[in-house]
Design a protein around this ligand. Structure first.
Ligand code: GLN
Length: 213
């Protein structure tokens, strides 16, 4: 089974690795182009999209990711990752521009306007899924080949095409493994067992992470 990579230049990497590990899926940090070798999928995590795109370009990862998608690599962008993948960013230059969506950065306000909610997303899991929005964007419009997985009021919170999944929220900051399982399936990776929740997850676990060696 191929690994799933997590782009490890900036942003929330450890939580994605831990969610994949809890599912028994092997995850790999991606810092340079050689790390993309043989991956089934790549997660572009949340963080700061303006910083991430500069680093992606500096290390030539932007071109390699584009190449990868042509040879079957699947992508999942969470929050800043979704912004990077969008073909159009409202009022700004686009980043990777690989999925036909129009997205608006910081569409709910500043960091203090972050929030949690729970939603039914039957295509991903039969049970309601907890969602964490942190200075999140809104997906305002979808191209013809893109379908909505979750629409709330005037925006889409999760969408996909055949190769790319985008979520404006952070499943890795909740105990739910549903989206990681779903993405693994999109990458053709079968997930053993039916574990739905991270066994050791705690609401404030991220504050206790030691610096990454
Ligand atoms: N607001 C950030 C940006 O525009 C995204 C925040 C996040 O990833 N949680 O890049």
């Amino acid at each position: 089974m191929p690994d799933i990579g997590i782009l490890d230049l900036q942003g929330g990497v450890v939580e994605h690795l831990e969610h994949l590990a809890a599912l028994g899926v092997s995850g790999r940090r991606v810092k340079k182009t050689a790390d993309l070798e043989g991956l089934g999928g790549l997660i572009i995590p949340g963080g700061e999209s303006s910083c991430l795109i500069r680093l992606l370009r500096r290390y030539g990862l932007d071109r390699e990711i584009e190449e990868g998608i042509r040879s079957g690599l699947k992508l999942w962008g969470t929050c800043a990752g979704a912004i990077l993948l969008a073909r159009e960013i409202l009022g700004e230059e686009s980043g990777l521009g690989l999925i036909d969506i129009r997205i608006q950065r910081n569409a709910f306000g500043g960091q203090l306007d972050s929030f949690n909610l729970t939603a039914d997303i039957p295509a991903v899991d039969p049970d309601p899924i907890p969602l964490t929005f942190i200075r999140a964007p809104k997906i305002l419009q979808l191209g013809e080949d893109v379908s909505s997985l979750l629409q709330i009021e005037d925006y889409h919170a999760a969408a996909e095409n055949q190769d790319i999944l985008v979520t404006v929220f952070h499943p890795e900051l909740t105990p739910s493994l549903a989206f990681h399982r779903y993405f693994a399936g999109k990458c053709g990776i079968s997930v053993p067992g039916d574990k739905k929740l991270h066994p050791d997850w705690q609401a404030d676990s991220w504050v206790s992470y030691a610096p990454i060696p």
